[in-house]
Design a protein around this ligand. Structure first.
Ligand code: PEP
Ligand code: MN
Length: 265
């Protein structure tokens, strides 16, 4: 398998051997919620990138689907006031254009988009000639080729700051997890492409706060390079994914309790 000539995470996002911690709410609900969460996360000193969903891909129609471009202004304010680089999910060429125009620092492709090669290609085409880091989640279903195919499409468009996000896989079986971790998929990707940074999204694997420490620690034990965890100023009132979000304080505690692997000598 041909290696991707991507930049190591450390070269474009220096942070030593510390895991890259990305945190923020599932959805940008209001300017106040976005700002309050960002300020509290900043205070923890544990977070390096702020995330928030601007366009929300809902499985069923008729629910909150994000504030769209209006909420990009709130992310701009987060950048100005806290200095956090910001990231949001993009699913169409228009999302890409609007995010780039608003100065979003890192883009990510969501699990419901990675399943569709046409959609990933549309995003890749919109990014031709643009130097921006892009993270790509695994597809909702356990299909490693589809995940690698999505990564290849972005790579062929010239993106060389790529990160894979392992967020677990949908299953028909009853399970303690919202999405089965199926670690073998991430391990397989890592074995085939050791050059590709992989981070883990414990929030969407777990679907509830209680399991987050276990999955986060497992990600560290498997030598994954970071975590994306949903954090909300008041999780109980969250408009989306309320059960899995944690307060900034709880997030700091969770990250502080992780045992990190010693770098190999
Ligand atoms: C999210 O990060 O809020 C999200 C919608 O995730 P996923 O694409 O993993 O379902
Ligand atoms: Mn979510």
């Amino acid at each position: 398998m041909k290696a991707f000539d991507v930049l190591p995470l450390n070269e474009w996002f220096p942070g030593g051997n510390e895991p890259l911690i990305i945190a923020g709410p599932c959805s940008a609900e209001s300017e106040d919620q976005v700002m309050a969460t960002a300020r509290e996360l900043k205070k923890t000193g544990k977070v390096r990138v702020y995330r928030a969903g601007i366009w929300k891909p809902r499985t069923r129609p008729g629910e909150f689907e994000g504030h769209g471009a209006e909420a990009l202004k709130w992310l701009q304010r987060v950048k100005e006031e806290t200095g956090f680089p910001v990231t949001c999910e993009v699913a169409t060429a228009k999302h890409v254009e609007e995010s780039l125009e608003a100065g979003v620092d890192i883009l990510w492709v969501g699990a419901r988009t990675t399943v569709n090669p046409f959609s990933v290609q549309e995003i890749a085409d919109a990014l031709k000639g643009v130097d921006i880091p892009v993270m790509i989640k695994n597809p909702v279903n356990p299909d490693l080729s589809l995940w690698i195919g999505g990564i290849e499409r972005l790579y062929r468009a010239g993106i060389n700051k790529l990160v894979a996000i392992h967020r677990g896989f949908s299953s028909f079986e009853k399970s303690a997890f919202r999405n089965e971790p199926m670690w073998e998929m991430a391990i397989n990707l890592k074995t085939q492409h050791p050059e590709l940074p992989i981070i883990v999204d414990p929030s969407h694997i777990c679907g509830n706060r209680e399991l987050l420490p276990y999955i986060s620690q497992k990600a560290m034990d498997l030598d994954m390079q970071g975590l994306m965890i949903e954090s909300h100023i008041n999780p109980a009132t969250a408009w989306t994914d309320a059960k899995q979000q944690v307060t900034p304080e709880a997030l700091a505690q969770l990250v502080g309790n992780l045992t990190l692997r010693k770098p190999e000598s």
